[in-house]
Design a protein around this ligand. Structure first.
Ligand code: MN
Ligand code: MN
Length: 359
């Protein structure tokens, strides 16, 4: 007997399965394991400066993750929690983590399953010290070869192939936001019962917005289409957009995505010229694809600036990519600016005014 009218995550998944008889029980079980991992990470993060006693045991001083950033203990514990909570139940054929260089096999002794799980166990971890929201991001793919060891190549599927994706955000409340390809739903963790309860049954990103998010300190490295877009936002009412914009920047992808899912906006971490070795900052498999899937399922758009991010075939496990997502009309505008000649580069005056007024 449910204690309130709000459905739990378990109830929601069971009801979804009744609606879609082809949906697999294994996927539901896997999603519940992921939710358990997120609850455990939420608890660990909540210890803050006190330090989770469990973290103290696992912390390895001085270890460095694949991307060369100094790994904080909570990154390590979150990775361990994700691995351990999802490997045992016979639903996975392999795992890939932002915190591990190689794909991870399901240990001998556990059954293999038909799905692959890619995850960023603790996104925005540099925000931990200042007590700003962090999160976890996950992406579920079908395993091409469920009966053998998984390979890196198995994970290199375009984002359109995702079976499910989502994130947990550890903010003032803990939330789980999820898509199984049928819209986007949000659950809030009831701290008394430890259950995720359905609080946001149909999340939609409004098509228009007056809010953008970008790290302006990189302005000198931006490509012309992004320069143009941001300049036009900054010009506000007096410029070609004819309306004022607000700017936000949390520097935590999950927190930015969540704000945009709740009230619209556009987020940009575009490809830039800062470091030729890094064409973009965010990781395609662990960040851009799952967030892109959620945003598109909510009616928004996710793009590299040049093409739909979900259409990109990954070339490596830790590939980085430019990412622009959020309110559809703004993302489409940014894509259009990439396709068009920018006014300053236009060979003939004809192009500039036309591109400004076209919608
Ligand atoms: Mn991250
Ligand atoms: Mn991370």
């Amino acid at each position: 007997m449910p204690l309130s009218n709000r459905r739990t995550l378990t109830q929601y998944l069971i009801e979804q399965r009744r609606r879609f008889p082809q949906a697999s029980g294994e996927l539901n079980a896997l999603l519940l394991d992921v939710a358990t991992a997120c609850k455990a990470i939420a608890r660990s993060v909540a210890f803050g400066a006190l330090g989770d006693p469990a973290v103290q045991q696992i912390a390895q001083a001085g270890s460095v993750n694949v991307q060369g950033e100094v790994q904080k203990p909570l990154d390590v514990i979150s990775h361990e929690i994700f691995v351990r909570t999802t490997e045992w139940s016979g639903n996975l054929a392999g795992q890939a983590s932002e915190e591990a260089e190689q794909v991870r096999q399901i240990p001998p002794g556990y059954a293999r399953g038909k799905y692959l799980l890619a995850f960023d166990p603790l996104d925005g971890s540099s925000n931990i010290d200042v007590n700003v929201s962090v999160g976890s991001i996950f992406s579920i793919l079908r395993a091409p070869g469920p009966d053998r060891d998984c390979t890196e190549a198995d994970f290199l599927q375009p984002g359109t192939q995702q079976v499910a994706a989502g994130y947990a955000i550890y903010g003032p409340s803990t939330m789980l936001v999820l898509t199984v390809g049928d819209g986007v739903v949000g659950f809030t963790l009831d701290p008394n019962l430890g259950d995720f309860k359905l609080t946001h049954p149909e999340i939609r990103v409004p098509a228009d917005t007056q809010e953008f998010a970008i790290n302006t300190s990189n302005k000198r490295f931006w490509e012309p289409p992004i320069q143009r877009y941001v300049d036009e936002c900054l010009a506000g009412k007096s410029g070609v957009r004819g309306k004022d914009f607000n700017m936000r920047w949390i520097a935590s992808l999950v927190a930015e995505a969540h704000r945009i899912l709740m009230r619209g906006g556009v987020f940009m971490y575009p490809r830039d010229t800062k470091d030729p070795a890094k064409p973009g900052r965010l990781r395609l498999l662990y960040e851009a694809n799952p967030i892109g899937f959620v945003v598109e399922q909510a009616g928004g758009r996710a793009s590299t600036g040049r093409q739909a991010v979900l259409g990109v075939t990954p070339s490596s496990l830790h590939q980085r990519i430019g990412l622009v997502f959020g309110s559809r009309h703004e993302v489409e505008r940014i894509e259009r600016y990439h396709q068009e000649l920018v006014p300053s580069e236009a060979p003939a005056p004809l192009f500039a005014p036309r591109s400004l007024f076209r919608n």
